[in-house]
Every structure is written in structure tokens, then in C-alpha cells.
Design a protein around this ligand. Structure first.
Ligand code: ATP
Ligand code: MG
Length: 809
């Protein structure tokens, strides 16, 4: 199962400048052929430094420090060791901690969760604590389940005792408490429903054009999670007054209809504990030991609740990593970590800086990525596992190509018996990034479990109308497709369909949508719109699917999404656009509507079948999830997809203007502008990289959303100067650039230039001749040197051969 010594041809090539061209040739040759050896590289495309970052190894002694046989608790640690858990000195200190507050601050994979689990075992086995006196708060249901499992396997802990330990998420723990205390309200947790309701109130207040429901809900949530009454929302301007009115109405609606949303669970619990000192006291007496995992992502109210429970005894142990705060849009406040000792004077602080999860090259890459964040506690993780392999990189053309390559990698590893499917996790920034990879998995019948909404892109409500227009172009009597077209004409779905069906029963038409023209309920201008649409649909027949989508978007759909008041699904605009761009990327592979629609139907069928099979049963499946969901988890092999500008960092964090509508400033609860947003994106990259135990493959498509883009600045910065990364970002905004292309140093800051003014050497290079374009590329191969010209990857104009001075080495 080890990943060394790969028989497939991994080309560890440091001459990267010509990579894109090579890829293009390769793809032309390999049309329809999937035996092509997969090429992975030791450096990301565009790396300036050619050195692979590796973390320093932790001193050997650390690993053996847990031998404390003579101590009264020696037996416990010995038995842990028998299970392969050989704790180091700092970890043992944390595990032995008995009373009082303790903060364990540590980097990724340094055993924070392990320490919580082992301490739980220690309390039970050595301190003879009651299982029911331990409360462990985790972040996700999956994490809670894993923790319970790990506790049950500890030495000397019976299954029964493990069951009596409360290891839960905040929401599940407090919901349970509410239910036991007579709260019967239904949970109103589905985002779509919340949006529909809020949108209705927004329409009635006349603000549905200017605001997004998710923005308002986030505003409301940040008030509530900071214990500020929404009645205190500002009302200085008319807009503020209306916003407030809508939000208060939303709150009142929930109350009147007996519903609680997730925030309400915590809030009602808080109020209940304030009002019922007896209840609080019973919790305080019962839970003598409280522990919180992923403390960096705790919000104000969650922290308040914990503080109340531990108040009399202060037996609170928290573990966290400020570099892994990835929920600040949900109100997570990493400063709680930094202020812990102020809140709990005399608190013990233990730092763990040895990573036990990953090989030194993976830890090294994590270190190299995260050190560029400014707002952080400085720490550099050491490693315990020597690297047999190093992280590998690829730069496929686009997401389709990426998926094919990723799957080929997985299949090869499994075919050669080095890995099983269960070893792989595929991570990505947003759910909309998984379209191509899911298609590949379905097509190749590879078992996988996606931890998301389980819907294909083609099933998303925002995407369906576009596909249905194409369906109608080919199959004019597709009534189902007609149904989803109606709302885009601002015609009520049910009423419209009833009319069409009635008319068609009387006088069947080849294209029943035309009946709308005789509907008395429609005004003249609406009939005009219907006519236009019929013509548009007809014109699609002869188009390539991608052109048809572009045409539909351009003529009305983008506009419709932007303004549609009656639109039910409202998500962040950026995400909507992203889904449609992804639809275009998918369509780009097909020449006819028929082929594309046939493919979609095939995928829908396969996905339906897939949903019916239960891969969870034997555990041998590829895991797919967003980076957010992967927090705290680990996998032997991680494939990180979409590590390109625009995707990671996500485009929404690159353009503060576009993010304006989702920005809230409230007591520092949600401050996600500019650098803050970028720092959070970098933490996401860090979390993704540090999930891998043995192998890591990072893919940076050269095209994202059908535009050229560069390798993620986070990778480039890890392999060179921050300036390179900045250039890449600028190019992305300008419409994209290929990495591997250099930009002349006149655009560099003085400091960087000065740093580079050491030893120099002269190299052969292609120089762009267009005035103003500063691109150049090194001439690296003999074939390259033999060419007389070459197109500039930045501006497309011809490049000429010349020379350049570059830093030596
Ligand atoms: P994250 O930051 O991702 O939440 P973490 O700090 O919680 O990570 P764990 O998940 O507890 O880290 O541990 C990472 C891996 O290292 C696990 O596989 C765990 O079993 C292993 N591990 C932790 N401590 C030790 C140790 N002292 N010796 C050997 N393995 C260890
Ligand atoms: Mg953890």
C-alpha cells in the first residue's frame, strides 16, 4: 500500500515553461486514448524556487517520551502504546491535566483531537471519573461519531462507558437539552426554505432587488450569535428600516409557527439556562469535565454557553489552531484562542508542534503556505514521518481534463494494488467544483460517497431551465421541460401548464408552448416575449451546445437571475454564475445538443442508480467533500482539485466590490473584506493540504470557468516570492494568464528586485514584442530553441527569441 516506486511514468521535470504546449500536443495525440502515462510534477507550474519545502524532523526522543512506566499511570500509557499511540511529552502533559482551564494550541495533525480522546480515557481509567461527567464538544456530526468510535477503542473503556460520554456538536447537545425540557418547536433548518420565506417578506417590503436573502440571514445570525437583540438593528436610513422590518418579521413568523432555526437552538438554550438556575446547576454538577475540539471555530454564543457550564469548577480544556479558522463567515472568533488566558487567568497552555499525520514534505508544504498569513501566531510544525514521496502537481486544461487525469491516477494506483478506493479523498473549494469529477466516477463505475447535497449540476434548480430550453429545441412536446421554462417568462408554472395542457387536448400542436399566445391572461408585451423565446428556442437546434448556453444566458437568463423577484432559489450571485460557467465547460465537449442532452440523461440515470447503492457498507469508496467539510479529518491520499486563481482563492475573495453585498460589519463578528478574506482562503488551502497522510496531488486547471487562469497564488508563494503570486492575481483579474509565463521585473517592488540583484546569469528566452506586454519565457528544450516564433500566452502576439538576465542558481 505504499506509494513509492511508481511504475507509471511520473515526469519529474523542472523545465516547466513549455508545459502548456506539451499538454496541448499530448492531448492531441491522446484523443480517445486513456493509456497515456500520467504526468505529475514535483513543482507547481510557475514555481520560482525549485526547492521542495520539507519540515524539519522532530527529535527522536520526543516520540519515546511517553514511557513513564514507573508512574502510577504508567500502565495506561503502556496500553496506549500497545495500540500504537505513543504520546510525546507535551501530549502526556495535556492528557494528565486534571482540574482547571487548559488551552492546547497546536498545528494541524499534531494530535489535538487525539489528546482529547486520550484524556477522556485517562479520566475514566486513571482518575475513575464517571463516564456521564464528561462532555466533549465537536464541530461536525462526522467528527463526533469518529470521536465516540476512538474512545470506545481505548484501553480499559467498555462500550457501555463510551456510550455514556456526551460527544456531540453544540447544536445536537443543546437541542437534546431543549427537548428534555419541554421545547417542542420544529427545526426550520433548510436554507432553501429560509430563503423562500425571507424573499417573500423582502418582496413585500420592496427590497428584494437590493438585497440578497443570505446576506440578511447572515446579518441576523451575527446579531444573534453575538447576543445582540435584532431589535437593535440600526434604522438610520430607509433601507436599514426596511431590512430591520423584514428580519423582525422573519423572527416573528418562526415564533408564531412554532419553528426554531439552528441559531435559535443555541439562543433558546442560553435563555433557558439564564432563567432556570436549577437546570444550569444540574448541568454544572453533572459535567465535571468539559472539552472543546476545533475551538478556533467557536462563536461568541457557543463560548458563552460553555463558560456557563464550567463556571463553578473551570474544568475546561479547549484545543485549537488559529491557522485553521475557516468559519469566520459564520461568526467564528479566533481571538478567543488568543484571549483564553485573559478569560481564565492561571490557565495552563500547552503547545503541540509535532505533526504525526503527514510526511515531512506534506507538512513542509503546509508550513510554506500558511507562513504568508500575517494575522497568526507564528509556528512551524515539525514532522515525524520521513517523506517517501513528495506532493505532486498537475496543470490540466480545465475541469474536464482534471477529472479525467485525477481518475486515471486513482485507477492506476488501485490497479497496481498500491491503494484501495477507500484511501482517496478528493477535496475542492465549493460544491460546484465537483461536476466533472462526479461524472468521471459515475462513468467509470468507481464507488464514491459525496458528502454534499448529492445532486448533480444538471439537477440544480438554477441550471435546469437552461437545459430545459435545449430540450425543448429538440423535443418540442417535452412538457416537463416546458414547466421549467415558464417561470423564466414570468408566467406562473402551474397556471401556465394547466392552460397549455387544456389547449393541447383540444388542438394538439407540434410545439405546445405556442398555445400561450392565445392565453387571454397574458398582456401583449408578455406575448411578445413568448414569441421571442419561441424563436430563440428554434434557433438553438443547429447550435453547438456551448453556443446555445452562451446564447440563452446572453439573451435573457443572466439578466433573469440577476433581477427575477419571483425566483425561489437565491444563492450568492457568484455561485450562480459559477454553476452556469461550469455547465458551459461541460457542454464544450459535445458537438450537438442531442449528444449533450443524451449525456446528461445518462449521468442522471447513473447518479440515480448510484444513490441507491450503499457504498458506506464496506467502506471502500472514494470520499468527495468540500475543504470546509474535511476539517479535522485525514486520508492516506488527498487529491486537491481546483487549486487555481478564482477557485482557491475563490473569486469572491479577490474582488471586494463583488463581495460587498455579503459583507457585514458587526462588532468584528464578520469582517471578511480584502486581506481578511484572502487570509481565510489561505487557511482553507492549508487545511486541505494537511488532510493528507501519505500522498498529496494538487491540481491547478489552466482554465477556470472558461477563462485562462494561473496556479493558485498560495502555491506560487510557497515556491517563490509573494510578488509572483500578486502578479498571478492581477492577471486573473485581467482575464487570466498562464503560469509559467514570467513578467519582467520592472513590475516588481523595489524590495523584491533588490533581493534578486545578487548573482545573475543570462539565459535564452522568448520575449513578447507587443508594446506594454512584459511576458517572457525561458527557452528550455532543443525543439523550442529550433522554433522561429511562438505565440505569447498572455496577449497572443508573436514572441521573439532573445536573452534575459535571471538570478543564478
Ligand atoms: P487537526 O488539526 O487536523 O484537527 P489534530 O491536531 O486533531 O489534527 P489528530 O487528528 O489528533 O490531530 O492526529 C493526527 C494523526 O496523528 C492521527 O492519525 C493520530 O492518530 C496521530 N497521532 C497523534 N499523536 C500521535 C503520537 N503521539 N504518536 C503517533 N501518532 C499520533
Ligand atoms: Mg482534530
Amino acid at each position: 500500500m505504499k506509494g513509492s516506486n511508481k511504475p507509471y511514468a511520473v515526469r519529474h521535470d523542472e523545465q516547466l515553461d513549455d508545459l502548456m504546449e506539451d499538454y496541448r500536443d499530448e492531448q492531441a495525440e491522446a484523443e480517445g486514448e486513456d493509456t497515456q502515462p500520467l504526468r505529475l510534477f514535483k513543482l507547481p507550474l510557475g514555481a520560482v524556487e525549485k526547492r521542495i519545502p520539507k519540515a524539519a524532523m522532530a527529535p527522536q526522543a520526543e516520540g519515546a517520551a511517553s514511557r513513564a512506566t514507573n508512574a502510577p499511570d504508567g500502565e495506561y500509557f503502556e496500553r496506549l502504546e500497545e495500540q500504537g499511540i505513543r504520546l510525546n511529552t507535551a501530549q502526556i502533559k495535556a492528557v494528565r491535566h486534571h482540574n482547571g482551564p487548559l488551552l492546547t494550541l497546536a498545528g494541524a495533525g499534531s494530535g489535538k483531537t487525539s489528546v482529547l480522546v486520550c484524556r477522556t480515557g485517562y479520566l475514566l481509567a486513571v482518575r475513575q471519573a464517571e463516564a456521564s461527567s464528561i462532555l466533549l464538544m465537536t464541530f461536525s456530526t462526522k467528527a463526533a461519531a469518529e470521536m465516540r468510535e476512538r474512545i470506545a477503542q481505548l484501553p480499559g473503556i467498555g462500550g457501555m462507558a463510551a456510550k455514556r460520554i456526551e460527544a456531540r456538536t453544540f447544536h445536537s447537545f443543546f437541542l437534546y437539552m431543549l427537548r428534555r425540557n419541554g421545547v417542542r418547536e420544529e427545526i426550520f433548518g433548510e436554507t432553501i426554505r429560509q430563503h423562500i420565506l425571507l424573499k417573500q417578506f423582502m418582496r413585500e417590503a420592496g427590497i428584494s432587488d437590493s438585497q440578497q436573502p443570505e446576506t440578511l440571514l447572515a446579518l441576523l445570525s451575527s446579531y444573534k450569535m453575538n447576543l445582540v437583540d435584532p431589535a437593535e438593528l440600526p434604522e438610520k436610513s430607509e433601507a436599514e428600516r426596511k431590512t430591520k422590518e423584514v428580519l423582525l418579521r422573519y423572527e416573528a413568523w418562526k415564533r408564531e409557527n412554532g419553528k426554531l432555526d439552528f441559531d435559535d437552538i443555541l439562543l433558546v438554550a442560553y435563555e433557558m439556562l439564564k432563567e432556570r438556575p436549577g437546570l444550569l446547576r444540574s448541568l454544572q454538577q453533572r459535567f465535571r469535565y468539559v472539552m472543546v475540539d476545533e475551538f478556533q471555530d467557536t462563536n461568541f454564543l457557543q463560548y458563552e454557553l460553555v463558560k456557563m457550564i464550567v463556571e463553578p469548577h473551570r474544568n475546561l480544556m479547549v484545543v485549537g489552531d488559529d491557522d485553521q479558522t475557516i468559519y469566520s463567515f459564520n461568526g467564528a472568533r479566533s481571538e478567543f484562542i488568543l484571549d483564553f488566558e485573559k478569560t481564565y487567568p492561571g490557565a495552563k497552555v500547552i503547545t503541540l508542534d509535532i505533526n504525526y499525520r503527514s510526511t515531512s514534505a506534506i507538512v513542509g508544504l503546509g508550513n510554506a503556505i500558511i507562513r504568508h498569513n500575517k494575522k497568526r501566531r507564528d509556528k512551524t510544525l515539525k514532522a515525524t514521518k520521513q517523506s517517501e514521496t513528495v506532493p505532486q502537481y498537475m496543470t490540466p486544461f480545465n475541469t474536464n481534463d482534471e477529472a479525467v487525469r485525477a481518475l486515471r491516477y486513482i485507477q492506476q494506483e488501485v490497479a497496481e494494488d498500491r491503494r484501495t478506493y477507500g484511501d482517496f479523498a478528493i477535496l475542492y473549494r465549493a460544491n460546484s467544483n465537483n461536476r466533472a469529477i462526479i461524472e468521471q466516477l459515475l462513468e467509470q463505475d468507481v464507488p464514491f460517497v459525496e458528502f454534499g447535497d448529492g445532486k448533480l449540476l444538471y439537477e440544480q434548480r438554477i441550471v435546469r431551465p437552461v437545459i430545459d430550453h435545449m430540450r425543448l429545441a429538440l423535443y418540442r412536446r417535452d412538457f416537463e421541460a416546458m414547466e421549467s421554462v415558464l417561470p423564466t417568462l414570468y408566467i406562473a408554472r402551474e397556471k401556465g401548464m394547466t392552460f397549455i395542457r387544456q389547449q393541447d387536448a383540444l388542438r394538439a400542436k407540434k410545439g405546445p408552448l405556442i398555445h400561450l399566445l392565445s392565453w387571454p391572461e397574458l398582456k401583449e408585451f408578455q406575448k411578445e416575449k413568448v414569441k421571442e423565446r419561441l424563436l430563440l428556442i428554434k434557433s438553438l437546434v443547429a447550435m453547438k451546445p456551448v453556443d446555445a448556453i452562451v446564447q440563452l444566458r446572453r439573451s435573457f437568463y443572466d439578466n433573469y437571475l440577476e433581477t427575477a423577484e419571483k425566483q425561489n432559489v437565491t444563492q450568492h450571485k457568484e455561485m450562480l454564475v459559477e454553476m452556469l460557467d461550469e455547465l458551459e465547460t461541460s457542454a464544450g465537449r459535445f458537438d450537438t445538443l442531442e449528444a449533450f442532452l443524451g449525456f446528461i440523461d445518462d449521468m442522471l440515470e447513473k447518479s440515480g442508480e448510484h444513490a441507491r447503492q450503499k457504498h458506506e457498507d464496506n467502506g471502500n469508496y472514494v470520499t468527495l467533500m468540500t475543504i470546509h467539510r474535511s476539517k479535522g479529518l485525514e486520508f492516506p491520499v488527498v487529491l486537491l482539485l481546483g487549486a487555481s486563481e478564482g477557485s482557491l482563492p475563490h473569486s469572491s475573495s479577490l474582488d471586494p466590490e463583488r463581495m460587498k453585498d455579503s459583507q457585514l460589519h458587526l462588532q468584528g463578528a464578520v469582517a471578511q473584506l480584502g486581506d481578511d478574506a484572502l487570509e481565510e482562503e489561505r487557511r482553507l488551502a492549508y487545511v486541505a493540504v494537511t488532510r493528507a497522510k501519505e500522498e498529496l496531488v494538487i491540481s491547478s486547471p489552466a482554465q477556470y470557468r472558461r477563462k485562462k487562469t494561473a496556479v493558485s497564488r498560495f502555491l506560487l508563494a510557497a515556491f517563490g516570492s509573494a510578488e509572483t503570486a500578486k502578479t498571478a492575481a492581477k492577471e486573473f483579474k485581467r482575464g487570466g494568464a498562464l503560469s509559467g509565463v514570467r513578467v519582467a521585473p520592472s513590475s516588481m517592488s523595489g524590495g523584491v528586485r533588490a533581493a534578486q540583484e545578487g548573482r545573475k546569469e543570462t539565459v535564452a528566452a522568448w520575449l513578447c514584442k507587443r508594446p506594454g506586454c512584459k511576458a517572457w519565457m525561458r527557452v528550455t528544450t532543443a525543439e523550442d530553441a529550433a522554433r522561429s516564433t511562438k505565440a505569447c500566452p498572455l496577449c497572443g502576439k508573436p514572441m521573439e527569441k532573445g536573452t534575459r538576465e535571471v538570478p543564478a542558481g
